[in-house]
Design a protein around this ligand. Structure first.
Ligand SMILES: Cc1cc2nc3c(=O)[nH]c(=O)nc-3n(C[C@H](O)[C@H](O)[C@H](O)COP(=O)(O)OP(=O)(O)OC[C@H]3O[C@@H](n4cnc5c(N)ncnc54)[C@H](O)[C@@H]3O)c2cc1C
Length: 126
């Protein structure tokens, strides 16, 4: 709603193709993260032996992508995005910590790659 409202150079910034491309990527990343979380959740529900590996993939992907999306949203708000009058800067700070909390994203990669490198494990991860 902000990019449709905010005008620069006599036009809403939503009219710039570079802004439209950002929006398209942000939605794609959000849906990708959500689908990965649903996949990991279904592995947990079904007591899949690889559930922990899928959860590590989902945690890493969703926290990285959600941080990127919030950071892009802040950028689209320009200077207002950085000010605490708008919620964007808080979303970016709050999301940043999830790349660290509950096991850092490097440790999530350790979990995934360790499983990948085990004999016969790859076929059950596809
Ligand atoms: C706001 C906040 C709230 C928290 N709440 C809780 C809580 O309620 N309960 C709780 O138990 N903990 C809590 N924590 C702690 C949090 O879980 C840890 O900060 C987190 O697990 C990372 O551990 P660390 O800080 O010791 O980092 P370190 O383990 O010292 O990591 C430092 C860096 O080294 C990297 N690294 C470490 N080991 C490896 C490795 N083997 N391979 C590759 N890279 C590696 C890490 O990825 C990271 O980049 C909280 C932290 C914060 C910031």
């Amino acid at each position: 709603s902000y990019v449709k409202d905010r005008k620069q150079f006599g036009t809403p910034i939503a009219g710039f193709q570079s802004v439209q491309f950002k929006l398209a990527d942000m939605l794609t990343q959000t849906i990708t993260a959500r689908q990965m979380i649903y996949l990991a959740a279904s592995k947990v529900d079904n007591n899949d032996p690889q559930a922990a590996t899928y959860c590590a993939m989902a945690k890493r992907l969703a926290t990285d992508l959600s941080f990127e999306v919030a950071n892009e949203a802040l950028q689209l708000h320009g200077g207002y995005g950085y000010l605490n009058e708008y919620p964007l800067e808080r979303h970016v700070r709050d999301l940043r910590v999830h790349q660290i909390l509950e096991g850092t994203n490097e440790i999530m990669r350790v979990i995934v790659s360790r499983q990948m490198l085990q004999d016969d494990a790859l076929s059950s991860l596809r």
